[in-house]
Design a protein around this ligand. Structure first.
Ligand code: GRF
Length: 203
């Protein structure tokens, strides 16, 4: 049985594309069962639909509260039998009702080496401005506190003297596309154990 993964997106969807590509491999222990976007015009939705994966936009309009809106996301995840949730460029803080429904089963990818440069959608720019010599990306578990959950996997890259935000972001993104499918596989293979803040991976 392969694990059913739900992916939440807001934009471009290059990390979603990496997951879809990996899930299509013969040895993949997971399938992308559902893609949800909080924006109707997210290019990520078209990427999902092109591969035949159900992809729905659920915008804020028409919901009385954030709780009701995210409650609908949760209802859809459950309806599609989603066991693991991957936030792939989802620009919303998930309502606690969703976080509580998937304990240690929601992953986010962040374009910095956490705990550096949290809580910003422009972490690469912040890293460059700070003058760090090494940056990268992190896949972590989602907890109520933003970008603070236990770290599942990280990839580091050197920052070059001539880097721009664009060039640094591009090299980090290449690592994201490798790291996120890797982390999802670890969960789908049942190799992850969480001990407090530490995530232990069985070989
Ligand atoms: C990525 O840089 C990811 O780390 C961050 O948002 C961006 C999403 O890009 N959370 P994409 O939509 O996957 O191309």
């Amino acid at each position: 049985m392969v694990m059913r993964v739900g992916v939440l997106v807001s934009g471009r969807g290059s990390n979603l594309a990496a997951l879809l590509e990996d899930a299509a491999r013969a040895d993949a222990p997971y399938t992308v069962a559902l893609v949800l976007s909080n924006r109707a015009d997210a290019p990520a939705l078209a990427r999902a639909r092109a591969t035949g994966v159900p992809a729905l936009a659920v915008t804020r309009d028409g919901f009385a509260s954030r709780a009701a809106w995210h409650g609908e996301l949760l209802r859809l995840l459950r309806e599609h039998g989603v066991e693991l949730v991957a936030l792939a460029g989802f620009d919303q803080i998930l309502h606690p009702v969703v976080v509580a429904a998937y304990p240690e089963r929601i992953l986010n990818i962040h374009p910095s080496l956490l705990p550096a440069f949290t809580g910003t959608l422009r972490a690469q720019e912040a890293a460059l401005a700070h003058g760090v010599k090494v940056s990268g990306c992190t896949v972590h578990l989602v907890t109520p506190e933003v970008d603070a959950g236990p770290i599942v996997a990280q990839a580091a890259i050197p920052v070059r003297d001539d880097d721009t935000v664009a060039s640094l972001s591009e090299r980090i993104l290449a690592e994201e596309h490798r790291l996120f499918p890797h982390a999802v596989r670890l969960f789908a293979q049942g190799r992850v154990r969480v001990e407090g803040r530490r995530v232990v991976i069985r070989a």
